[in-house]
Design a protein around this ligand. Structure first.
Ligand SMILES: [Zn+2]
Length: 276
């Protein structure tokens, strides 16, 4: 069953997690219902892509309202296709929420166990990973394009949580809307690095199309990397949504030839009243 459910024109929620944990807000935005024009029409949430900054702020305010999670509680990252993660506390709230220059530099993943913080990252084809260890209240999200995936940013998250006393079998992961195998053609250089990140003997997450050209399934590669860390298969949800195929729902960097908007992954705990 598809784990990402379209709640309205502007976002999808991770249905299974949301029903188990009513205080959890987790999902992925679409390209619809915003104020941006032209190549960024209309719900572009990326500041760094050449769109009008005040429209991006309006779009972000719109999503904040829909999620009932104030923009001043969001955090955002620079995202450089690296594998550096940052643990977020309430003191960090607001950084990168309404400007790119104040976002976390050199960071491609966030995690926190505090309430009242919305972790957000920008996407247009790269794989959004969502993590939750409900017993420990830990949540996280990571940006895994091919570089982050073969660099094993997924493993980095599981290892970082291990240092917090969380075992892989306590962790649930959702792999979100991103470019599908059919739409994602890569060269031999990428495949060489993919091979290095795989266990021997497993099913290959790519197919040879012709000499030097392969179609790569980044979602499946992330799943295999997660299994290797000890996260049980039953704990991993994978979307069927492709950012490139579903051109009425998502922006796609490849399909739109580099000039396009960004969706966000988001995950956060709403503040509960017993903390007040
Ligand atoms: Zn596709």
């Amino acid at each position: 069953m598809e784990p990402f459910d379209l709640k309205n024109q502007s976002y999808l929620a991770i249905e299974n997690w949301g029903s188990q944990f009513p205080e959890l807000i987790a999902g992925f935005t679409t390209k619809s219902g915003g104020y941006s024009k032209g190549d960024y029409e209309s719900l572009n949430l990326g500041f760094h892509v050449g769109d009008n900054g005040s429209n991006v702020c309006l779009n972000r305010e719109k999503v904040a309202e829909l999620l009932n999670f104030p923009l001043k509680f969001w955090v955002g990252a620079e995202q450089i296709h690296d594998i550096v993660l940052k643990k977020i506390t309430k003191a960090d709230r607001g950084k990168g929420s309404n400007s790119y220059e104040h976002s976390f530099k050199g960071i491609d993943g966030f995690y926190t166990n505090e309430e009242g913080i919305l972790l957000t990252l920008c996407f247009a084809d790269c794989v959004p990973l969502f993590f939750i260890a409900p017993e420990k209240k830990m949540i996280g999200t990571a940006h895994a394009g091919w570089k982050g995936t073969v660099g094993q940013i997924a493993t980095k998250m599981i290892t970082a949580w291990g240092r917090e006393g969380i075992k892989p079998e306590e962790i649930f992961v959702a792999i979100g809307p991103s470019i599908c195998e059919k739409c994602y053609i890569v060269d031999k250089h990428v495949i060489t690095l993919v091979d290095k990140s795989l266990e021997d003997g497993g099913a290959l997450p790519y197919n040879l199309l012709k000499e030097g050209q392969y179609s790569l399934n980044l979602q499946e590669l992330n799943r295999q990397i997660l299994l290797k860390t000890g996260v049980p298969d039953k704990n991993i949800l994978i979307t069927q949504f492709c950012s490139s195929c579903n051109d009425d729902i998502f922006f796609s960097h490849r399909r739109d030839k580099g000039k396009t908007g960004r969706m966000i992954s988001f995950i956060g705990w709403k503040e509960t009243l017993d903390r007040l």
